[in-house]
Design a protein around this ligand. Sequence first.
Ligand SMILES: Nc1ncnc2c1ncn2[C@@H]1O[C@H](COP(=O)(O)OP(=O)(O)OP(=O)(O)O)[C@@H](O)[C@H]1O
Ligand SMILES: [Mg+2]
Length: 217
Amino acid sequence: MKHWYITGTDTEIGKTRVSCQLLQELRRQGFSTVAYKPVASGAVDTGDGWRNDDALQLIHASQAKIAYNVVNPWCFEEAVAPHLLAEEAGVDIDTAKMAEIVSRKPADVAVIEGVGGWLAPLDTGTSQADMARALNAGVILVVGMRLGCINHALLSVGRILDDGLPLLGWVANQIDPEMSRYQDNIDTLKARIKQPLLATIAWEENQPDFSINAIIN
Ligand SMILES: Nc1ncnc2c1ncn2[C@@H]1O[C@H](COP(=O)(O)OP(=O)(O)OP(=O)(O)O)[C@@H](O)[C@H]1O
Ligand SMILES: [Mg+2]
């Protein structure tokens, strides 16, 4: 099974949207899928328990139907940096527990969404690099295409590689519909990131093409 850890250049730049589109594309191509959001902050009480919208979207887009608290074992109510809430609650984000969960449900591909950008901590002592490593995952970086993204993207790529994680590729996701010189920015990043550009997603594009072949084998 392939484990893909989806990170981004920032919060709110399209990790969930791109993850769901990737899950749909995998299913279209006949691959079985499962998705996880190990740690989430920002949740509503449905009466059935706390639910985070990212996790619900991922469940909807993935083929394997598994219990909410397995998809999202650490769900915090307030929409703030999750390590603060984990600290306050005295909760440890247990990467070994997540690895055990991910190993339970075989599918061709497991898509795992991170939190915020790459260096957003999970708890005081646990980084997203720790999580991706424990899950034996390759990393996909979603670049939110807007002014400032070149710096964010190149810093993220450098740090993912310094952390020793395999960077499978990156996705250019246009988060600012009015971004000037959009294509020039993509070309600038293509010239500087040696891993493959897996998809270019325009603002409001609903069915992007992904170069899945580049990473599925
Ligand atoms: N290409 C796009 N076109 C139009 N809207 C987009 C696009 N990409 C993202 N969005 C919108 O931007 C918002 C943020 O996207 P999303 O929730 O996927 O970000 P995220 O990186 O997962 O955020 P978080 O850090 O909260 O997990 C959503 O409303 C989403 O629909
Ligand atoms: Mg998200």
